[in-house]
Design a protein around this ligand. Structure first.
Ligand code: MG
Length: 396
């Protein structure tokens, strides 16, 4: 019978070494929170009987935003997050305890800031755990390593051929590592920096399997830039799509524009909430993908979309980009109307679009113009919106 494999992703750290206010695993990397890349790669590598991200209690909103930036299939792989402790080791134990009832055979434990785990690496990890019980991926060292004393004097030069840099995912038989972590915590041993060390402390032979030097952990600002460069280079097929939409005014006391409810002396008429801006942006994305338009994916003849929040349409278009392995580089819209005034709502609109699309706000533009009294917009009969979307798809 195949092993039941679970996954724990450790993401409770404060990322103090990077010096940013936001913990590093949530910093923007190629338009998405860094950890979203990690989670998507792991979710697409294989299926898990349980998958738990261990987060800091202050990071719930950041975590929700990261999950929202995943394609739905990847997002659904992860159960509720577990809350971590004040050390990596306590956080892993919290994740293991959260999965104890599921009783997996094998657990993979991965660092949230190590964002390039391949399916091949994950498969090697599972095989190693099945064979050895406790195993960590190791990469050969390029540099010669020196052991030094407090004064910086070299006291030893270990033979490089016998050294490996420990990475993740580390892989264990679940009962073995749960027991090892519980015993270490009970013994007051709480500062070990990887799970291989915990297994070894508990008396288990722990092995190294072939790691992946490209599966780097983001620790410094340079690492973050390098990771972003790799992601963008891999998604080098750049597409630009356009969208256009119009809705007429109708009696009412508010209207929806760019996912924001604006009190006004009219509303907009339409089958859904008639948000011209989100409709134009969704069509721009569908256009960039060459994948139909909003009417094809959400037929007005289908009663389930009556009165729908148009965020559903934009989120669907973004999910289709991510499902193709792509990323949204930029969304830009121009609203055309005599009223209401857009300026006071511009930043709220940008933030809402960024939230729906799982983007950072710097990748969203909103402009507005009147049509100088000309045409239907000029006569105050409705609102029009022009939009562009720039996406990056994997090179084929
Ligand atoms: Mg429309």
């Amino acid at each position: 019978m195949p092993s039941r494999v679970s996954l724990i992703v450790v993401a409770a750290g404060r990322g103090v070494r990077l010096g940013a206010a936001t913990p590093k695993q949530y910093l923007a990397c190629a338009g998405r929170p860094l950890i979203a890349h990690t989670l998507q790669a792991l979710a697409e590598a294989r299926s898990y009987c349980a998958a738990t991200v261990v987060i800091h209690q202050n990071d719930r909103a950041l975590y929700e935003a990261a999950i929202a930036a995943l394609p739905p299939a990847a997002a659904h792989a992860f159960g509720p997050p577990a809350l971590g402790g004040d050390s990596r080791q306590r956080s892993v134990l919290a994740g293991l305890e959260a999965q104890a009832a599921a009783a997996p055979d094998i657990v993979l434990i991965h660092d949230g800031a190590r964002l390039f785990p391949t399916a091949e690496l994950v498969a090697r990890a599972v095989e190693a755990a099945e064979r050895f019980g406790a195993a960590v991926p190791g990469a050969p060292l390029g540099d010669t390593v020196k052991a030094i004393d407090a004064a910086g004097r070299i006291v030893a030069t270990p033979e490089r051929a016998s050294l490996r840099a420990a990475q993740t995912p580390q892989a264990f038989r679940f009962p073995l590592i749960l027991d090892a972590h519980r015993r270490a915590a009970a013994a007051g041993q709480t500062e070990m920096t990887d799970d291989g060390a915990v297994a070894a402390w508990a008396g288990h032979d722990t092995y190294v399997f072939e790691g992946d030097p490209r599966n780097i952990k983001v620790t410094t600002a340079d690492d973050l830039n390098a990771a972003e460069g790799r992601l963008i280079e891999a998604a080098g097929d750049i597409r630009v799509g356009q969208g256009f939409d119009v809705h007429a005014f109708a009696p009412g006391d508010a209207l929806w524009l760019a996912g924001v409810r604006i009190p006004f002396d009219k509303s907009l008429a339409g089958h859904s909430d008639a948000d011209v801006c989100l409709h134009a942006l969704a069509d721009a994305l569908y256009g960039a993908l060459g994948d139909g338009d909003i009417g094809a994916h959400f037929p007005p003849s289908d009663p389930q979309w009556r009165g729908a929040a148009s965020s559903v349409f934009l989120a669907d278009a973004v999910a289709r980009v991510r499902a193709r392995g792509g990323m949204v580089a930029h969304l830009d819209a121009t609203l055309i109307c005599e009223a209401p005034k857009i300026g006071p709502h511009r930043e709220t609109m940008r933030a809402r679009i960024a939230e729906i699309a799982g983007l950072t706000i710097d990748r969203v533009g909103i402009k507005a113009t009147t049509s100088e009294g000309l045409g239907f917009a000029g006569r105050g009969e409705g609102v029009a919106c022009l939009a562009n979307a720039t996406i990056r798809l994997p090179r084929r």
